[in-house]
Every structure is written in structure tokens, then in C-alpha cells.
Write a protein that binds this ligand. Structure first.
Ligand code: GRF
Length: 185
């Protein structure tokens, strides 16, 4: 099987990146992680890239020169899929257009509920019975592209932001790889 070349965009701890790297090592996983791009030079996820010998760059897509450099590096590496994994910047609209149907994101809520930030607090405050994560295609509107899959967790009686985050993140690690399988099968 020829694996598609992919790039993961991160900003922080990179725990989803870690799981994606793990999945990509299995022979039937549809993608390879060929590149990691971070907008934050101190992102812990960059250490993972280094550890696994994946080329990485720190670039800010909201800066014109960096955007050009990103486009060049994605082209040069023949990247076919961009996975946003804890990427905390809003991508420029023209960049999204260029990669229509080729950018996916993982969001910590059951979309379309609770777009944007602080999703756990919002879900608890709204007295929701369930929370979870959603993997979706990225379009020009925040957290609004076509949904690939969702995974649910229950919000228990004394749930707090920290406990809910732990539960949801555990689901995220499975959800992201499953969604990538789903896209290519
Ligand atoms: C995840 O919870 C993801 O849903 C959100 O940001 C978090 C990133 O975590 N978009 P990590 O950097 O993958 O550890």
C-alpha cells in the first residue's frame, strides 16, 4: 500500500500527534507523517517530531512570508493531507481554499455544539449529559466543516473540566486515527 503523505499542524503538547505517529507505524494505516509544523517554537510536540526523526518547522501562517514558505514546503513534500492536532491558530481563508478537502481537525466537543474554546466548561455549564470529540474537515467557518466522526463520553454528576478533559482526550486518540481510516476507505 502506498501511504499518503501528511503534515500535522500543532501548537502545544502534541498528544494527538503522538498517537498519529504511533498509528502511522502500522502497515495498513493510510498515511505517513512526513512533516510537523508548529506556530509555537516551544511546543512540546516538536520534541516528538525530533524523536521520531520527522522534519519539522516553526512557522506562522498569518505572516505572509511564512505562509509562502509553508505552501512551498507542503508542495515540496507532496503533502496530501493536513491534520490539525491542537493547532490553536485560525488558518487564513486562502490557505483553506487551496487545500479544500485536505485539511482535517479534531475538536473537543460534539459538534455542532460548543465551537471554539473552553468546550468542557461550556458543556458542564449547559448541563449536557454527554461530551466528546469530533473529527471534521476544515472549511472557512470555525469548527463547521463536514463531520467525519464523533466519539461520545458521559458527563457524570461531579464532573469538572479537568476530569472531562481527560475522558475526552482518551477518546480523541482513537477518534483521529479512525477518522483517517474512514477518509481513505
Ligand atoms: C485536543 O484536546 C484537541 O481536541 C484540541 O486541542 C487539544 C490538543 O491536545 N484541538 P494535544 O496538543 O494533541 O495534546
Amino acid at each position: 500500500m502506498v501511504k499518503k503523505k501528511s503534515c500535522v499542524f500543532i501548537s502545544g503538547s502534541g498528544t494527538n500527534l503522538k498517537e498519529l505517529i504511533k498509528s502511522s507505524k502500522s502497515y495498513n494505516f493510510p498515511i505517513n507523517i512526513n512533516l510537523v509544523i508548529s506556530n509555537n517554537k516551544n511546543a512540546n510536540g516538536l520534541k516528538l517530531a525530533k524523536l521520531h526523526k520527522i522534519p519539522y518547522k516553526t512557522l506562522n501562517l498569518n505572516n505572509l512570508r511564512d505562509k509562502e514558505q509553508t505552501l512551498n514546503i507542503l508542495k515540496k513534500n507532496k503533502i496530501k493531507l493536513i491534520c490539525l492536532a491542537g493547532f490553536m491558530k485560525i488558518l487564513p481563508k486562502d490557505f483553506i481554499k487551496k487545500f479544500k478537502g485536505q485539511i482535517i481537525n479534531i475538536h473537543p466537543s460534539l459538534l455542532p455544539k460548543f465551537k471554539g474554546l473552553n468546550t468542557f466548561t461550556k458543556a458542564i455549564k449547559a448541563k449536557e449529559r454527554f461530551s466528546g470529540c469530533t473529527v471534521h474537515f476544515v472549511n472557512e467557518k470555525l469548527d463547521s466543516g463536514k463531520i467525519i466522526l464523533k466519539k461520545k463520553v458521559s458527563i457524570d454528576k461531579n464532573e469538572n473540566e479537568k476530569s472531562l478533559k481527560l475522558k475526552v482526550q482518551k477518546k480523541e486518540y482513537k477518534a483521529y486515527s479512525e477518522a483517517i481510516f474512514k477518509i481513505y476507505n
